[in-house]
Write a protein that binds this ligand. Structure first.
Ligand code: ADP
Ligand code: MG
Length: 329
């Protein structure tokens, strides 16, 4: 949702990012991965960041967690759970991560340690952030495995990550992430590597947990169908910019931006019967040499002469929607 539609910071605001930019500078090139992103998230809300590979979704999420490498050049304002992420020290950041804010990834082995049992990892995460006894932490580990609906949870406490199936491993990672009752969960394509049926189960679980725990969730995906299952709001990214943002139902019923429209045409979804799947011709621009105008203009079927001259500004549309396209403003 655009800045203009949101109240100023209150307790229930979990994320407020303004004009977020991230560049990776090396001797040979500057990669402009994120190019002026505004994001807002309220408590209890699920925002999907949707976009194809390389559009800057993971870099945006990592910026919110203060997880970018030192050589990344970061600009703009990033407030997360009341903290100015850019000003936090490493030790403040490590309390913040896994405490108030947790993250889950596509590959659970990036979050799970292969040499410790699942139960021990959850208990240690709890003890790292809270003053509780070992036995209380173990009891919490069992509760968490039950919460994420791992069957025979008691027995699974003693399992090593490699002994679990992909779907159960993903659930174990979610249990670790929830160990300290985060207010905010950032999820980076956590179901992408799973088989379709397991993917749906994990999505349903995440939605149920989000409601039960009243968490704010930012869920990154390249799959519009996944966004439709889990999101309240969707932000569509292209070449490091949010080109459209709005409530998921409205966006799926009638996308405003030609790129969002193209994505919808390229996705198998309900209401699709009898329609042909289409693809968007061309490829995204190089982030080392972005065009001066709209980054989608070279692929856009509705391109106008002004589109190549200047990056479109955000236009607020009825129904709490925002679009960055010269068609509208
Ligand atoms: P995605 O939308 O697929 O998650 P990313 O956010 O991972 O895309 O990446 C956006 C762009 O930033 C890509 O061009 C990627 O190569 C680049 N990038 C990401 N991380 C780094 C890094 N640590 N160093 C240099 N470039 C990076
Ligand atoms: Mg990614």
């Amino acid at each position: 949702m655009s800045a203009a539609l949101k109240p100023e910071t209150t307790d229930s605001v979990l994320i407020r990012a303004r004009n977020l930019t991230v560049q990776f500078v090396s001797r040979d090139a500057t990669v402009s991965a994120v190019n002026g992103v505004d994001l807002d998230l309220m408590q209890g809300e699920t925002l999907c960041i949707l976009g194809e590979s390389g559009s800057g979704k993971s870099v945006t999420l990592r910026a919110l967690m203060g997880l970018l490498p030192k050589r990344a050049r970061i600009g703009g304002e990033i407030m997360v759970a009341g903290h100015d992420v850019a000003r936090m020290s490493e030790s403040q950041l490590s309390d913040f991560r896994g405490g108030e804010v947790a993250m889950i990834f596509q590959e659970p082995m990036t979050a799970l340690d292969p040499v410790f049992t699942v139960g021990r990892q959850i208990a240690e995460t709890v003890q790292r952030h809270e003053r509780v006894s070992r036995s209380a932490a173990n009891a919490r580990a069992l509760e968490l495995l039950e919460l994420v609906q791992i069957p025979s949870a008691k027995r699974r406490l003693e399992a090593y990550p490699h002994e679990l199936s992909g779907g159960l491993r993903q659930r174990a990672m979610i249990a670790v992430a929830l160990a300290c009752r985060p207010k905010l969960l950032l999820a980076d394509e956590p179901t992408t590597a799973l088989d379709a049926t397991v993917q749906i189960q994990v999505l349903l679980l995440l939605r149920e947990l989000q409601e039960r725990l009243r968490m704010g969730v930012v869920f990154v995906t390249h799959d519009l169908g996944v966004a439709g299952e889990i999101a309240d709001r969707v932000a569509v990214m292209y070449a490091g910019r949010v080109v459209e943002q709005g409530p998921v139902a409205a966006l799926m019923a009638g996308p405003l931006h030609p790129y969002a429209n193209g994505l919808l045409g390229a996705t198998v979804h309900a209401g699709m019967r009898g329609k042909r799947l289409t693809t968007i011709p061309g490829a995204p621009p190089s982030l080392e040499a972005l065009p001066p105008g709209c980054a989608f203009a070279p692929r856009c079927s509705e391109v106008m002469s002004g589109c190549v001259a200047e990056v479109p500004r955000p236009t607020v549309m009825p129904g709490e929607r925002m679009v960055r396209c010269w068609k509208y403003g």
